[in-house]
Design a protein around this ligand. Sequence first.
Ligand code: TXD
Length: 315
Amino acid sequence: MNKISLIGAGNIGTILAYSIARKNLGDIVLVDVVDGLAEGKCLDLGQSLPIDKLNLKILGTDDISKIHDSDVIIITAGIARKPGMSRDDLIETNFKIMQNIGIAIKDFSPNSFVICITNPLDAMVWALKEISGLKKNSIIGMAGILDSSRFKYFLGKELNIAFENIQTIVLGGHGDTMVPLLDYTTISGIPIKNFIDNKRISLEKINQIIERTRNGGGEVVSLLKDSSAFYSPACSAVEMLESYIFDQRKILPCSAYLQGEYGVSDLFVGVPVIIGRKGIEEIIELDLTDDIHKEFNKSVNSVDNLVKKCKKLLV
Ligand code: TXD
């Protein structure tokens, strides 16, 4: 069985542990700094195993050294947004947490495939790579699958078409500057342009959906008040996890370390990648129109500004 360590036993970590157990994806180590939190949740989760005839090993602990020799590590440790907060407001607190975790990965589990979820995502995954020393194909950020799924959800509801028929990609940083790609949006292989030309949906409505996608996280936070989204982020990370452990080689929009691709260097930015058992096996470069490239570059700049803050915190 794969060893899957989850660092952070909060909202997303809990759904991750439950989903991984139900899918029997591997033995689970759940880590949290709050006394008894991971232990209590794992005791309860363990007691559900006999009901579904599952026999995986589950350990809840506050001792991060238990992540040793993990096949996969998924990180949700950190504070989440409250209403009125931007993802960027989390940077100082969550950077310090990434520092501690990066050192632990380096010391106890340097050969893992690491999926970071903690916000501000593109900056936190950059910090983790910097501190842990992981190779660029072994560390990735989860955001684009969630953002693309939000776009598919709103579009599917508007068109009254099955979500599974909608293909799309969201590029760029995980924030208000993310770039949903209409040119690469199809419904059962039919370009979305056909639906606009046939007046099944207006461009104005699509732009409203793009805006709602950009604010998708904030909309949930404003309703929940003291937490942010957790079901859809957890499901997004599980899709990445399965592509890795089963060597599915799926093309997925994820935050990956770029070294010249899309004209970007030394930053993690949301782009289409192939995830297989070797980790990030390929970064796929798309042709972008000048307008979209401008939007993409704006998003890259917002990531770069956050990474600059991390570089100052590093010293
Ligand atoms: O698409 C995306 N990437 C985003 C990510 C989607 C939604 C949420 N996004 C971010 O994920 C969110 O802004 C947070 O930064 C993380 C985790 O969100 P979650 O909702 O799970 O936060 P919680 O419920 O506050 O859980 C965080 C847990 C909490 O139990 C802390 O005690 C624990 O992290 N924590 C730690 N665990 C281990 N080690 C350390 N150092 C640590 N510090 C805090």
